[in-house]
Design a protein around this ligand. Structure first.
Ligand code: AMP
Ligand code: MG
Length: 408
């Protein structure tokens, strides 16, 4: 049987979740804490931005355009938050500060730097045109504009926008509950002494928890399960009562002690098992009653890549996001040859550098086996080689996906 392609599996997961629409509940949180949360309601502005016509600069408000050399009496002042009370006479001007209301009767603001003062009057040193340095009421946002729609993953600029329209508490979806479990008799917990029975430190669970912490997710740490069907069943059963999503690592291959698929099948159903990707061919997707299940392979790099290619989008969808962020990809030139056999999409860990002429270069970050955790840390992106590709020479153009966190 042909393996599922990467895009087929992405679609399959997306469609399964779409067929079970279940949005998290809504809560209200302070706008400054809303970055990375998913907006739960459309946001409609109840005001204009700017609220009224205001000055863009410090200077003088004039009733008409004016030529260099013309002289204007100063008849009052408009400061930010303290408007000039009254109308501007035809032959006068108003001292005005940035952000101050442009008084009725004004048509332009001349910059302070383009004037000389003489007693209580100014003389223009440059011409000024109608409209100069005025920000018109409602020119950016008008009352009734829907500035953001539900499902938006909020960004720093959205905080600026929401606060600017006067929103103090933002309606967002509650964090979804994601349980994380490692399986394997060989696992040792970081922070405890090393043993000499072929133990490995459980890096997968901690990596997953760390990556989930950057999402609107409440992490439930289920610790480690032994390679034993009964204990896996017990833990998964409890997890499915508590969590919206369960993510496990290990135990999804065909080894004698790989019990995860059997356990999930007993508690629910498996929708998918193997995908044409390297690293990480086994990627289990299923559900146990209302809880979604994702089973990552134990090899750390396979799980890391699987998270990026399949889990991130699925989790955002479950968090209520409407426009699931697309991975940032660009073209780069290989600085050395890469080895690949056709059949599976290959996600190689790479160092990406931009050359003086703006071209991006990619070189694999060492050997590409799926236990090479240091290589992922040295890398700052992936080289994405399509399933059908074979060996590629130095100089070939490839698609790369930078790790955005490596490019601050
Ligand atoms: P498995 O998928 O259970 O067959 O495991 C594949 C490989 O990944 C084995 O070498 C395991 O020791 C290793 N492995 C499994 N789970 C973890 C984990 N949580 N952290 C680090 N390595 C792991
Ligand atoms: Mg195992």
């Amino acid at each position: 049987m042909a393996l599922t392609s990467v895009s087929e599996l992405q679609t399959l997961i997306h469609e399964h979740i779409t067929r079970t629409p279940r949005l998290p509940e809504i809560e209200h949180i302070p706008v400054a804490q809303s970055i990375g949360r998913v907006l739960a309601e459309d946001m409609v502005s109840a005001l204009n931005i700017p609220a009224t016509d205001i000055s863009a600069m410090d200077g003088y408000a004039l009733p008409s355009d004016a030529a260099a050399g013309s002289c204007w009496q100063i008849v009052g002042e408009s400061a930010a938050g303290k408007p000039f009370a009254g109308d501007l006479p035809k032959d006068g001007c108003i001292r005005i500060m940035t952000g101050a209301v442009v008084p009725p009767g004004s048509t332009c603001v001349v910059l302070q730097e383009n004037t000389k003062t003489e007693g209580n009057a100014i003389i223009l040193t440059q011409d000024v045109a109608v409209g100069a340095n005025i920000r018109y009421g409602g020119e950016e946002v008008a009352t009734g504009d829907t500035v953001l729609t539900a499902g938006r993953i909020l960004r720093p600029a959205d905080v600026m926008l929401l606060a600017a329209i006067g929103i103090g508490q933002v309606p967002v979806y509650r964090k979804i509950k994601v349980a994380v479990l490692s399986t394997g008799d060989e696992l040792n917990e970081p922070g405890t002494p090393a043993t000499d029975n072929g133990q490995v430190y459980d890096s997968n669970r901690h990596t997953l928890m760390a990556r989930l912490a950057a999402m609107p997710v409440e992490v439930l740490d289920l610790g480690q399960a032994a390679d034993d069907l009964e204990s896996v069943l017990h833990t998964l059963n409890e997890a499915s009562c508590m969590a919206d999503v369960v993510i496990t690592s290990g135990g999804v291959s065909v080894g004698d002690y790989d019990y995860m698929r059997e356990a999930v099948n007993r508690l629910g159903a498996i929708h998918h098992y193997k995908v044409a990707i390297k690293p990480g061919k086994p990627f289990v997707f299923g559900q146990m009653l209302k809880t979604w299940y994702f089973g990552l392979p134990g090899n750390p790099v396979s799980g890391y890549v699987g998270f990026d290619l399949f889990l991130k989008a699925a989790l955002w969808q479950l968090c209520g996001a409407q426009d699931i962020p697309q991975p940032f990809r660009l073209q780069a030139v290989l600085s050395q040859q890469v080895k690949k056999s056709p059949g599976r999409m290959d996600i190689q860990r790479a160092v990406l550098t931009q050359t003086a002429d703006g071209t991006w270069e990619a070189s694999p970050a060492g050997e590409q086996d799926s236990h090479r955790v240091w290589g992922v840390s040295r890398a700052n992106g992936y080289i994405i080689l399509p399933a059908e590709a074979g060996n590629l020479p130095a100089g070939a153009t490839v698609t790369v996906q930078p790790f955005t966190e490596a490019f601050l």
